[in-house]
Ligand binder design. Structure first.
Ligand SMILES: C[S@@+](CC[C@H](N)C(=O)[O-])C[C@H]1O[C@@H](n2cnc3c(N)ncnc32)[C@H](O)[C@@H]1O
Length: 388
């Protein structure tokens, strides 16, 4: 059955944008399914999120017969993580949820498979209030769970939002008065030098087309590429010159203007365009879900009160937003109550999910019905096709 489904899905994965998103649910053991998927889905997943049993000694949740500890936990995880590596695209991410019991063991497994250089970081997730201590016999009150982030290629960055430049600073405009500037080659760059009288620098109302002026002093002179270039190569050219250097600001104008020092100002200056002035807002690993966790049982609508470490949808939203884009394919092979699948539907990502438990599969199926019928807590109804 899996082979058939894999063949059908192969085409859809190749053209996800045209076909819309695809959702699949399997009742299957994680190592077995991930091994089977390698046939049709090698390098197809942008994100694989794994939330395995934490290997505690406790019988968890409502299913008292179900023991969270397995004699072969490490071996199984090793196989799943190894298969995951093959399933991920080159620019893909692996994210794992775990508590402190097996954190280092799991990190060792992932380091062995991905290489420790592909470990991005540990994101502690605060899930309990410090003062609400329920297990009075414990040695200490544990308030964190953890996310381990890996990337397949150590160059891959998270998707980030871009912070807009502060427009009020962009109030300089450069006017050149000759099309015959002096030309020289410095460090392989064809630079143009405008002498006094051959240019004007205007200060006017800020616009996106104007430039921001930076004095090359302090760190800008020693630890900034443009500043260092100025100090080494442009300062010696002399005072009062306007210099156009190509090959800087490549993602913006493709060149950068400098003005050399004057009798009154010993520092040089350079001008930046708005195109390169924004900067990424990096994701942070300061995650506090203490206010959200007590209400997680309501998520997914009625009948989705899953006791086995059900994750908040907001946590999955965060992970999906920094590791994936619309139409990407996401995998979760310890699906539980279907949190990842539900968030993927809401965020227009394709998703293959599975769980080996009958109860989990029926809860996920109910959650999907709730989503279709607008009975999820956000009250929106979603249209999607589920295959299995
Ligand atoms: C921690 S829960 C996942 C919770 C899920 N992230 C959510 O938000 O609801 C772990 C799930 O893994 C399933 N599971 C345990 N061992 C498994 C295995 N070897 N293969 C597949 N699923 C397994 C359990 O049935 C359980 O539903």
């Amino acid at each position: 059955m899996i082979d058939n489904v894999i063949q059908e899905q192969q085409q859809a994965v190749q053209a996800p944008a045209a076909e819309g998103n695809n959702y699949k649910l399997f009742q299957q053991e994680a190592a077995t399914l991930t091994r089977a998927l390698i046939t049709g889905y090698q390098e197809a997943f942008q994100l694989i999120y794994l939330d395995p049993p934490y290997n505690t000694k406790r019988a968890r949740g409502s299913r008292k017969h179900y023991r969270d500890k397995s004699a072969h936990w490490s071996e199984q995880l090793h196989e799943v993580v190894s298969n995951t590596y093959k399933l991920l695209r080159r620019q893909g991410f692996l994210v794992l949820s775990i508590n402190q019991m097996e954190l280092f063991n799991l990190k060792h497994i992932c380091d062995t498979v991905f290489g420790s250089e592909c470990f991005i970081g540990l994101f502690p997730v605060k899930i309990r209030h410090s003062e609400r201590q329920l297990m009075i016999n414990a040695t200490y009150h544990d308030v964190y769970e953890y996310l381990l982030f890996y990337r397949k290629d150590k160059q891959t960055r998270f998707y980030t939002e871009q912070k807009h430049p502060r427009l009020e600073k962009f109030d300089h405009r450069i006017e050149t008065l000759t099309d015959q500037p002096e030309r020289r080659t410095i460090q392989g760059k064809e630079i143009e030098i405008y002498h006094p009288g051959q240019y004007k620098i205007h200060r006017e109302a800020p616009t996106v087309h104007n430039l921001r002026r930076y004095i090359i002093a302090g760190k800008l002179a020693t630890a900034n590429w443009s500043g260092e270039f100025f100090e080494r190569h442009l300062r010696p050219l002399g005072d009062n010159l306007l210099v156009r250097v190509p090959g800087l600001e490549n993602e913006g104008l493709g060149y950068r203007w400098f003005q050399t020092q004057t009798a009154k100002r010993s520092s040089g200056v350079y001008f930046q365009s708005t195109l390169t002035a924004g900067r990424p807002v990096l994701p942070t690993n300061d995650l506090d879900f203490t206010e959200i966790v007590p209400n997680v049982y309501k998520e997914g609508g009625e009948g989705i009160d899953f006791k086995d470490s059900k994750k908040p949808e907001q946590l999955l939203e965060y992970i999906l937003s920094i590791t994936t884009q619309e139409n990407d394919l996401v995998g979760d092979f310890y699906g539980g109550s279907g949190t990842t699948l539900a968030r993927c539907i809401k965020m227009k990502r394709s998703c293959i999910t599975s769980d080996n438990g009958v109860e989990a599969i029926s809860i996920i199926t109910r959650r999907l019905a709730n989503l279709r019928e607008g009975k999820d807590i956000d009250g929106i109804s979603y249209d999607f096709t589920l295959e299995s």
